[in-house]
Design a protein around this ligand. Structure first.
Ligand code: ADP
Ligand code: MG
Length: 304
């Protein structure tokens, strides 16, 4: 069966897009034996830096990097679309079995990465009207040859809804919105779902199949039980999602997943270049991501 391509999108930064793709990807690959490809679409390259060791990720940032390194990143997908070249080769670009330990051992063989490069910062500015029709479907086309190799392909989108994120939305079968439980994020959610709905109307013209691509799930990240604020924000989130469903602005089966609690071990796992499940398997972060992985499988098995 072909992979389900799922974009993690929010125009807010710091809400958990990268943490979800890396840790949920790891939980699915490690504990549930799913084959997962993480596609880094953010010029900040957070997923790339998180999963690679220093020596490797320097290749994506250093001035002295090889030209061939950049050709093995998502930057090249879009560059090819803009320039009419065909330098991106997906089978060469995917880094398989991450992370790798100090002895070269692949710690999660089923977890793969298509890295980003900081050069993606310039990509948005290079898109013009004529290139747009080639640009938007370029990611979907680039992923096509490996769709049967994975159960899930996760797109870690930049914190905006510009062209790269739009290409992500067009490539995806489903959208997940990572969310922080606070009042301002709640008002942002409604705006975001409206914008994604408008985008879907626009992108449907580009799709071969006319299926709708709507927000199909919301993850709650960095949940804390301090005072009333978080509990209130979560119950308001459930009500908000019900209203959005009634207005047809999210998928009719859109699910609010069980919250991921705030976890210091998860925050520190980034600097160890490991998903939390490897950094500290007994932490609450690991526990919550295992729960999320189970919920996620059940939800997407039932959502065509
Ligand atoms: P985004 O990709 O949306 O910008 P990140 O996933 O990078 O957001 O998360 C922002 C920051 O919050 C990161 O430093 C990350 O380590 C931290 N973080 C995310 N989830 C948790 C959590 N459950 N507990 C503690 N820190 C978290
Ligand atoms: Mg991120």
């Amino acid at each position: 069966m072909a992979a389900k391509i799922i974009a993690f999108i929010n125009f807010k930064g710091g809400v958990g897009k990268t943490s979800n793709t890396v840790n949920l990807g790891a939980a699915l690959a490690l504990d549930r034996h799913k084959r997962v490809l993480i596609v880094d679409l953010d010029p900040q390259c957070n997923a790339t830096f998180w999963l690679l060791q220093h020596e490797k990720f320097d290749a994506f940032t250093a001035e002295a990097r090889q030209k061939t390194d950049i050709e093995k990143t998502t930057f090249q997908v879009f560059q090819d679309a803009l320039r009419g070249t065909k330098l991106f080769k997906i089978q060469d670009a995917i880094i398989r079995g991450l992370p790798v330990d100090d002895f070269g051992l692949e710690l999660i063989p089923n977890l793969h990465l298509l890295p980003a490069a900081v050069d993606l910062f310039d990509t948005e500015f290079a898109v013009n009207g004529t290139a747009l029709s080639r640009f938007l479907p370029s990611l979907r086309n680039a992923l096509e040859p490996v769709q049967d190799d994975y159960d899930y392909i996760f797109l870690d989108c930049p914190p905006n809804l510009y062209y790269v994120a739009q290409a992500g939305a067009l490539a995806a079968h489903h959208i997940i919105v990572p969310y922080n439980p606070d009042y301002l994020s709640l008002s942002g959610l409604k705006i975001l779902c409206r914008q994604l709905h408008k985008l879907d109307e626009k992108l449907r013209l580009q799709r071969q199949k006319l299926h709708r691509n709507q927000v199909c799930g919301v993850t709650i990240n960095r949940n804390e039980k301090v005072g009333d604020a978080y509990g209130t924000a979560i119950s308001q989130l459930h009500s908000q999602v019900d209203l959005l469903k009634a207005d047809g602005l999210v998928h009719p089966q859109c699910k609010v997943f069980h919250p991921i609690r705030k976890c210091v071990r998860l925050a520190e796992s980034t600097s160890h270049h490991k998903p939390v499940l490897l950094h500290d398997p007994k932490s609450i972060g690991s526990e919550d991501y295992r729960t999320l992985a189970d919920e996620f499988i059940t939800h997407f098995d039932a959502t065509p």
